[in-house]
Design a protein around this ligand. Structure first.
Ligand SMILES: [Fe+2]
Ligand SMILES: [Fe+2]
Length: 190
């Protein structure tokens, strides 16, 4: 009776090793492709300002969908909260690591610091609280609405006051460079 030693019996396990290496390579390629697809939503909007506006809209869309959920929809709340955390996490990196730094470089140190403070004290805290609060309790929706109004005020400050000023203070070339830099940072965490 023939003994089955498996696929590695006649190649000293190299076949399995190779399959593993190929799989790992494909995994990286798939991850890079997924990241590129995620960042494309921002990049295809246009320059850095348009890209950030598109992300604000996307985040607000997730929040509005969350507002329509009920206390029975705990799984849906958890899944959408995960999407919101990912979207806002990437958004914060792009702003904090690139745009707010460019703001400080243009002389708007106070504005940059205040916006950064909003991210930490309001947005990150809000997302943490939504993670902690029982998704089947009425307190969850109350906290979501608080976070929504904090984000709305922050977005108005960025889109109506701070960002247009920064955009106008930079040359076309400088805005292009900033767009490239921001999309690269976004891609890393996409
Ligand atoms: Fe922001
Ligand atoms: Fe923003």
């Amino acid at each position: 009776m023939a003994t089955n030693y498996g696929a590695s019996s006649n190649d000293n396990g190299n076949g399995a090793l190779l399959a593993g290496v190929v799989g790992f390579g494909l995994g990286i390629a798939a991850a890079v492709g997924r990241k590129a697809a995620v960042q494309a939503i921002t990049a295809s909007a246009g320059d850095w300002f348009e890209g950030l506006k598109a992300e604000h809209k996307l985040a607000m869309g997730i929040i509005e969908t969350l507002e329509k959920t009920t206390e029975e929809d705990t799984k849906k709340r958890a899944a959408l909260l995960f999407s919101l955390q990912h979207a806002l996490g990437k958004h914060a990196i792009q702003e904090e690591d690139v745009i707010y730094c460019a703001l400080r470089a243009s002389g708007e140190v106070e504005a940059a610091n205040e916006l950064g403070q909003d991210h930490n004290a309001e947005v990150k805290q809000g997302l943490y609280d939504l993670e902690q609060i029982d998704k089947a309790s009425p307190a969850w929706l109350t906290r979501l609405q608080e976070l929504k109004s904090d984000i709305e005020a922050h977005v108005r400050e960025e889109e109506d006051v701070v960002f247009p000023k920064l955009y106008a203070s930079l040359s076309e070339e400088e805005n292009k460079k900033l767009t490239k830099r921001m999309n690269f940072e976004g891609f890393k965490v996409a």
